[in-house]
Design a protein around this ligand. Structure first.
Ligand code: SAH
Ligand code: SF4
Ligand code: F3S
Length: 478
């Protein structure tokens, strides 16, 4: 594939090391977006680590502060500009301030930054992330302001160093960009067209993670079940002969990628976000069914339960098609559970449309619902629609949906009580150091008393009580 390149980060990180010789420099990254954005932050951390910087959680100690921005909803802008106001004071002691991420692809934002926030040193976008060490070197050696944004679709860069936060669960991006243009969404404009990583590169990364002791991976992409599809459509041969644990296999689709990754020794759980309902083909269903390590929880973004609104959103499925798909998957894999994303208050949404959304929520009984109030995004089709919904109605509907979801989750959590479940132990609870925390395959958080040696292991325990956001477990083999 000619859009895949090897990153030359090392050349620049070594030059930065040379510049900073003898000084202990620290970096602080603020991640403001989705899991892809977090994944990018881990790459930035990897780059800075290679360049000799040490990570700090304390912004006041940092010699370089990076904001990794998101622009999927409006409040992200207020948040960024608020934070910039707070960090301006650090400029006096020579701190470098850099802003990257999706929001930097929006022209009106970079214009505002250039006009009113002149103290920002480096502006870069998601397409130029791997060039960040070059930008930083130029900033440090020539003390000039850097703006490094590319309007093209971008490429896939392999070999960028990664510094991960977690030692048990890791995210692995398998593709970038989106071709769907849902009418509310800014992502296709800022992340460019779909492009997939080479499967062998993904497999190598997952094998490396397994050898480092990772137990769970989450495959990331805006539309994971169209992995390799755009290459296929361009007429490229996508039948990749790959090696997984020395075994030869063919990967030519998302389904075959799942089957291949299932073979990696040591990886106990494989998750993926997000598939698009319109592309959920039967081969993916059977791959999930046959792959022991693929979690039987599917995040299936609904967005709306109204066929009329779904059409206006350009989602390309109807209410009935969504429900039928969920039922079909459930029939094939009875233990499957679902989670979803829902937007309320999309332009033109009537009470009746909203009722359709509630109806689907009642029917599917999701394990988790990520709820969003529709937010107008400049440049999208929906932003130009006339029948925008007043804020108070949007909020009212949001609260009603939230109430329903919370009620459902309460009932659902009760069904866990008394049952034995398998959890992957992730670590100590943030609030209480004597308590360990883990998750079920269906992503429910379980807290329990246990010893540190259990961290990273999959164990069976009994659920003794349920709370809104977690379950309490009892582990009797301490
Ligand atoms: N590609 C993924 C996720 C995209 S962004 C997918 O298609 O599922 C994550 C979620 O943010 C979306 O699923 C959607 O529910 C929400 N979202 C996107 N644009 C939005 C907007 N303009 N207003 C409110 N929510 C939005
Ligand atoms: Fe946005 Fe739709 Fe693409 Fe998801 S599939 S990133 S919601 S355009
Ligand atoms: Fe993610 Fe936000 Fe970009 S949701 S892809 S960081 S716009």
């Amino acid at each position: 594939m000619n859009n895949i390149k090897q990153a030359d980060t090392k050349i620049w990180t070594e030059k930065i090391r040379e510049l900073n010789k003898g000084k202990e420099k620290k970096f602080h990254i603020m991640t403001m977006g989705c899991q892809l954005n977090e994944n990018d932050s881990e790459k930035l951390a990897g780059i800075l680590n290679e360049a000799g910087y040490i990570k700090t959680e304390n912004i006041e100690d940092a010699d370089i502060i990076i904001f990794n921005t998101c622009c999927v909803r409006e409040n992200a802008e207020e948040k960024l500009f608020g934070k910039l106001g707070e960090v301006k004071k650090y400029k006096e002691k020579g701190v470098v301030i850099a802003i990257g991420g999706c929001m930097m692809q929006e022209k009106h934002i970079t214009k505002k930054l250039n006009e009113s926030y002149k103290f920002v040193d480096i502006i870069f976008g998601p397409h130029t992330l791997e060039q960040f060490p070059k930008d930083l070197y130029e900033k440090l050696s020539e003390n000039k302001k850097i703006e490094d944004i590319l309007d093209i679709d971008g490429q896939i860069f392999e070999g960028v160093p990664v510094l991960r936060e977690d030692k048990i669960r890791a995210s692995v991006s398998i593709m970038n960009g989106c071709n769907n243009f849902c009418t509310y969404c800014i992502v296709p404009y800022v992340r460019g067209r779909e492009r997939s990583r080479n499967p062998q590169d993904i497999i190598n990364e997952v094998e490396r993670l397994a050898s480092e002791g990772y137990k769970e991976i989450t495959l990331l992409g805006q539309n994971v079940n169209s992995y390799l599809v755009s290459q296929k459509e361009k007429g490229e041969d996508v039948n990749f002969k790959v090696k997984v644990q020395a075994k030869e296999m063919i990967v030519n689709s998302f389904a075959t990628l799942l089957i291949a990754l299932n073979e990696v020794n040591g990886i106990e759980r494989i998750r993926f976000i997000s598939p698009h309902p319109k592309d959920f083909t039967d081969d993916v269903i059977s791959a999930i069914k046959q792959s022991k390590h693929v979690c039987k929880l599917i995040h299936l973004p609904l967005q709306s339960g109204s066929t009329k609104i779904l059409k206006s959103m350009n989602r390309k499925y109807t209410k009935e098609e969504y429900i039928n798909l969920a039922n079909k998957i459930k029939k094939e894999i009875p233990e499957i559970t679902f989670s979803t994303d829902i937007i309320v208050g999309f332009p033109g949404e009537t009470e009746e449309d909203f009722e359709d959304t509630l109806d689907v929520v009642k029917k599917i009984n999701f394990e988790q619902v990520f709820m969003f109030i529709y937010s107008r995004r400049v440049g999208t089709v929906a932003d130009k629609m006339e029948n925008q919904i007043p804020e108070e109605i949007k909020h009212k509907r949001f609260n009603k949906l939230k109430e329903l979801v919370e009620k459902q989750i309460e009932v659902q959590n009760k069904t866990y009580v008394g049952k034995s479940v398998s959890i992957l132990v992730e670590g100590k609870s943030k609030n209480n150091k004597d308590i360990l925390t883990g998750r079920t395959e269906s992503n429910k958080v379980v807290n329990f008393e246990g010893t540190e040696d259990l961290i990273g292991k999959i164990i069976d325990l009994k659920i003794v009580s349920q709370h809104m956001w977690y379950l309490k477990g009892f582990y009797d083999k301490i």
